[in-house]
Design a protein around this ligand. Structure first.
Ligand code: ZN
Length: 512
C-alpha cells in the first residue's frame, strides 16, 4: 500500500520526468525544422548526429524504470480523479507511451533508424533514375524490420501494432471492412463524374507571382484563425507543420508560379494542423498531453479546413473578390462559379498528392492493401511494382508512365516503414466529414458564417470540442463524444454526393 500523502509529490516527480522528455523531443524537432528550412546543406551530417543524440536521450529517459515505478505507484491516485482530468489523463497516456516504448529494444530502434536513413537516400537516387531495382533490396530489408517491430507487440494482425503506433485503437479488422465499403461507394461516383466532359481549370494554370500567392495565403490563414504571434509560415519543397510548444507552432508551404491551387491549399491544409496545436489548452503546456491524438484526428483538422471549408462555394463568396482584385489580369474574366469548379475538378491521376477529394481515398486504399499484403508475406517486394500498376489500372483506369510516378512516388515506405503509413489520410477525410456534420448540427449558422468571413463560429467549436483536450481522449472516444456515433463512412459519402451532384448536375449516383 502506498502512502497517500506521497501522491502529490510522486505525481510532481512524474511530471518533471515527462517534461524533460518533452524538452528533448521538442529540441530535436527544432533542429529538424531548421534543417528542412534554412540550414545550409553542409550541415546535414552533423545535424543528423545531433538529432539522433537528442532522440536517444529522450528514449532512454522514457524507458527508465523509475518512470515504470512511478506509474505503478500512482495507480490509485489516477483512479481518484475523473477520467478526463489532467491528472488521470497524464498518468494514463504516460503509461501507454511507456509500455509501448519498453517493448522495443533500443538497439533495434538504432538499427532501424540507420537503415531508414540509407534507404531514404537510395530512394532519392532510384526515383531520379526511375529505377525501382536500385531501392528494392533496401525495401526488402525495411519489410523485414517492420515485421520485426510488429513482433515486439501482441497482435491479431501483423499490421495492427504498426497502425496502433500512429492511429491508436484502429486495427485491420476495423479498417479493412470500412475501407472496402468506402471503395465500393466511391468507384461508381468517380466513374459517373469522370464520364462527363472534364472541367476547364486553365484559370489556375496561369502565371501567379510567388510573392502575391504567399501574401494571399497569409491573409487567408490569418483570417481563419492562425495566430502569427504564436506561429510562422515559411516555404519548403514538402509542406509540413511542426510544434515546439503551444506558443510556437510553425507551418511551411510550397508555391508553384503556374499552379495557383497547390500553394494556397497546402497553406490552408497546414494551417488546419496548426490551429489544432495552437488550440490546445495552456494548462497542458509542457506535458505529453500537449499534442494531437493520432494521425487520423490530426489529418481531419487539416482536411476539414482545406477541403470542406476552403473548397466550398461559400468560402469563395467571401474571398473571391479579394483574390480577383489581387490577380486582376489572371482572373478578371473568370466568375466565382467557374473558379469554384476549377478548384474542385475531379480527375483520375497517377499521383496521390495531385488527387482531388473524390479520388484521393482510392490512392490511399491501394497503398493500405499493398502494405497488408507485404506484411502478411503474400506479396514479395520484387512483385510490388506490378501489383501497384494492376491496382491503379483496376481502380483508377490508368497505369503510371514509370515507377517514379508509380510505386516510388511517396517517401513513406522508403524513409520510414511498411505498415501504418497511409490509413491516417483516409481516416482524416472520414473524420473531418463526420465532425463537420456534428458541428453544423450543433450550430447551423456555421456555413453562413463561412460565407460572411466569420470563421470563429467553426474555429471556436473545434477548439472547444477537439483542440483544447490535446491527447486526453483516444480517437475513437473523441469521435463518439462529439458525434454520438462510432467512425462511419456515411457523412463523407453524403458530403461528396451532395457537393458533386450539385456541381455535375445530379449525374452522381445518389445511392450507390
Ligand atoms: Zn496533413
Amino acid at each position: 500500500m502506498s502512502n497517500i500523502s506521497l501522491f502529490p509529490a510522486k505525481y510532481q516527480e512524474l511530471k518533471n520526468h515527462l517534461r524533460k522528455i518533452q524538452n528533448l523531443e521538442n529540441a530535436a524537432s527544432i533542429l529538424n525544422w531548421d534543417q528542412t528550412t534554412y540550414m545550409p546543406n553542409g550541415g546535414s551530417y552533423a545535424r543528423g548526429q545531433q538529432i539522433a543524440t537528442l532522440k536517444e536521450l529522450a528514449h532512454e529517459k522514457l524507458t527508465d524504470p523509475t518512470i515504470g515505478q512511478l506509474l505503478e505507484d500512482l495507480r490509485s491516485y489516477e483512479q481518484s480523479f475523473p477520467y478526463d482530468s489532467t491528472e488521470a489523463s497524464l498518468i494514463r497516456v504516460a503509461r501507454r507511451d511507456y509500455e509501448r516504448a519498453i517493448r522495443v529494444p533500443s538497439k533495434f530502434m538504432a538499427k532501424f533508424c540507420q537503415h531508414q536513413a540509407i534507404s531514404y537516400e537510395t530512394w532519392v537516387k532510384a526515383k531520379f533514375l526511375k529505377d525501382f531495382s536500385i531501392v528494392q533490396p533496401y525495401l526488402e530489408k525495411t519489410l523485414e524490420l517492420s515485421q520485426e517491430l510488429a513482433s515486439f507487440f501482441p497482435y491479431k494482425h501483423i499490421a495492427d501494432p504498426l497502425i496502433d503506433l500512429v492511429d491508436e485503437g484502429m486495427t485491420v479488422s476495423i479498417l479493412r471492412p470500412l475501407f472496402s465499403k468506402l471503395r465500393q461507394k466511391l468507384l461508381p461516383i468517380v466513374e459517373a463524374i469522370t464520364d462527363t466532359p472534364p472541367i476547364d481549370d486553365s484559370c489556375l494554370h496561369q502565371y501567379y507571382s510567388r510573392e502575391q500567392q504567399l501574401n494571399f495565403g497569409y491573409t487567408v490563414i490569418k483570417r481563419i484563425g492562425f495566430d502569427f504571434q504564436r506561429g510562422r509560415l515559411d516555404v519548403t519543397p514538402h509542406p509540413f507543420t511542426s510544434s515546439f510548444s503551444i506558443g510556437d507552432v510553425r507551418i511551411t508551404t510550397r508555391i508553384y508560379e503556374n499552379n495557383f491551387s497547390e500553394g494556397l491549399f497546402s497553406t490552408i491544409h497546414e494551417a488546419g494542423h496548426a490551429l489544432y496545436e495552437q488550440g490546445i489548452s495552456m494548462e497542458l503546456e509542457g506535458t505529453l498531453l500537449a499534442g494531437g491524438i493520432s494521425s487520423g484526428i490530426h489529418e481531419s483538422q487539416s482536411r476539414l479546413w482545406e477541403n470542406i471549408v476552403a473548397r466550398s462555394r461559400g468560402f469563395w463568396e467571401c474571398f473571391y473578390p479579394q483574390l480577383q482584385g489581387t490577380f486582376l489580369k489572371q482572373l478578371s474574366s473568370t466568375s466565382v462559379a467557374k473558379f469554384y469548379q476549377a478548384i474542385n475538378r475531379v480527375a483520375k491521376s497517377p499521383i496521390r498528392t495531385d488527387a482531388d477529394e473524390v479520388t484521393y481515398n482510392l490512392h490511399i486504399m491501394i497503398r493500405f492493401n499493398l502494405e497488408l499484403a507485404m506484411l502478411e508475406g503474400k506479396l514479395a517486394v520484387k512483385d510490388l511494382p506490378e501489383a501497384w500498376n494492376e491496382l491503379y489500372k483496376k481502380d483508377l483506369g490508368l497505369v503510371p508512365a514509370n515507377n517514379s510516378e508509380g510505386v516510388m512516388q511517396d517517401v513513406h515506405w522508403y524513409g520510414e516503414m511498411i505498415g501504418g503509413m497511409f490509413q491516417g489520410y483516409t481516416l482524416g477525410n472520414l473524420i473531418a466529414a463526420q465532425i463537420y456534420q456534428a458541428a453544423v448540427k450543433y450550430n447551423p449558422e456555421i456555413p453562413v458564417g463561412i460565407e460572411q468571413g466569420n470563421f470563429s463560429l467553426l474555429h471556436q467549436w473545434l477548439k472547444q470540442n477537439i483542440h483544447q483536450h490535446g491527447r486526453k481522449y483516444t480517437a475513437n472516444e473523441l469521435i463518439y463524444h462529439i458525434t454520438g456515433k462510432p467512425l462511419s463512412i456515411e457523412p463523407f459519402i453524403d458530403y461528396i454526393q451532395d457537393k458533386y451532384s450539385n456541381m455535375y448536375q445530379t449525374k452522381v449516383p445518389i445511392s450507390a
